[in-house]
Design a binder for this molecule. Structure first.
Ligand code: GAP
Length: 377
């Protein structure tokens, strides 16, 4: 977003006017087919069951599927009746559509341009599962990219390639991620074409993120419901029209799960099985850990503190650790994916060099303190 001149960011509300969700179609169509066990009363997603007749928990008879709206309801205002019913947003996207006019009026962007947002979304999932793969509260990063309808195929292809380039920056290849072109009968109510990018999770291949051509569905619906003109005037051609939109929609939690799954590695080091996270440097939460060889030698601790402070100015994700012995510190940092460890020892006091240890190979080399940051970054 920050590197492009055609993108604008915003931070919309989680609880919006409920009419937003009527206009978007979510009140009527954002549903999952559910069945209920007549014996134990548990509910299941009908489309997740192999045997549609029998309860997978107690063997009881299952009801016919019923549509269950996945939006979380809440009550706003002083009076507790249906006029106060509101919803927690089930996607961040609608916050972008209802703020479209604010962006147009404030920045006067030229088509094509995009609006992006990151934030929480909420869904009353009946079967949250697989660690953070499906949860009721999750983080989305969504972009709505607006253009003239005749250009949709060009933009769809260009965003498909952008998504791949983002995934490759995270370290994924075609071995882990594949495209599923969603069949027409399974498309969401707003979509004319959708690609799901699927990841090979340990529990099977499942949706990581989605990319949809939402046409002018959302803006047109909000125009109809609000009576506000959301069309765009092309200053050059004097044409006035409702822009169409492509939406790359990223689930942050699923990306984190995919990254952890992909980075988890076991090898052998020093005759023992070692577990570590092979995170790319850019994704590692701690980039470098700094240790004094011994924590009961004040001169070593003081020198190591100095090295740590010096590194932290330029690499804020540096960490101090003086617990346990060096071997244990290395293992702990390996497990959280820290790419480098720096040890300050007695030689450091003499010659201003430290030991720099590489996470993946375990190799250690002497490096001058003044060269550390450029070696790590
Ligand atoms: N605005 C379009 C939209 O919301 P979606 O396919 O329903 O489309 C987009 O959701 C992404 O949000 C998914 O690809 C997934 O990464 C993430 N997501 C959806 N439901 C989720 C849940 N219950 N838990 C975690 N992530 C979820």
């Amino acid at each position: 977003m920050d590197n492009r001149d055609d993108m604008y960011g915003l931070d919309a509300a989680i609880i919006m006017n409920p009419r937003v969700w009527q206009a978007s179609g979510h009140v009527d169509t954002f549903t999952d087919p559910l069945v209920e066990c007549e014996k134990c009363k548990r509910r299941f997603r009908a489309d997740h069951l192999e045997d549609k007749e029998k309860c997978p928990e107690c063997g009881g008879k299952l009801s016919a599927p019923r549509q269950f709206n996945m939006m979380f309801k809440t009550q706003v205002g002083a009076v507790e009746d249906s006029s106060g019913t509101a919803y927690l947003r089930p996607e961040t996207a609608q916050g972008i559509f209802v703020n479209f006019k604010n962006i147009i009026d404030s920045f006067h962007p030229k088509l094509p341009f995009g609006i992006g947002q990151i934030g929480k979304a909420f869904r009353n999932e009946i079967t949250p599962r697989d660690f953070i793969f499906r949860t009721r509260e999750f983080e989305q990063m969504e972009i709505e990219y607006f253009f003239k309808s005749s250009d949709w195929e060009k933009h769809f292809e260009s965003w498909r390639l952008e998504v791949w380039s983002f995934l490759k920056d995270l370290g994924f290849t075609e071995r882990e991620v594949s495209e599923l072109h969603v069949p027409a009968e399974d498309l969401a109510h707003y979509s004319k074409k959708t690609i799901d990018f699927e990841f090979n999770f340990p529990f099977g291949k499942s949706e990581l993120l989605g990319m949809a051509y939402r046409t002018d569905y959302d803006l047109s619906q909000h125009m109809k419901e609000s009576g506000i003109d959301l069309s765009y005037l092309d200053e050059e051609t004097k044409e006035k029209f409702v822009p169409h939109v492509i939406e790359p929609s990223f689930g942050v939690d699923r990306l984190v799960l995919a990254i952890l799954t992909h980075a988890y590695t076991e090898d052998e080091m020093g005759g023992e099985v070692r577990t570590y996270l092979k995170l790319p440097y850019v994704l590692a939460p701690v980039k470098v850990a700094v240790f004094p060889l011994l924590k009961n030698k004040p001169e070593l601790v003081e020198k190591a503190r100095g090295v740590y402070s010096q590194i932290k100015v330029q690499i804020p994700q540096a960490m101090w650790d003086d617990n346990g012995n060096i071997g244990k510190r290395y293992r702990r940092q390996d497990e959280i994916g820290t790419p480098f460890c720096v040890t300050v020892d007695f030689d450091t006091l003499e010659d201003d060099t430290v030991t720099l240890r590489d996470r993946d190979s375990g190799t250690q080399e002497r490096v001058k303190i003044s060269d550390l940051v450029s070696r790590i970054k």
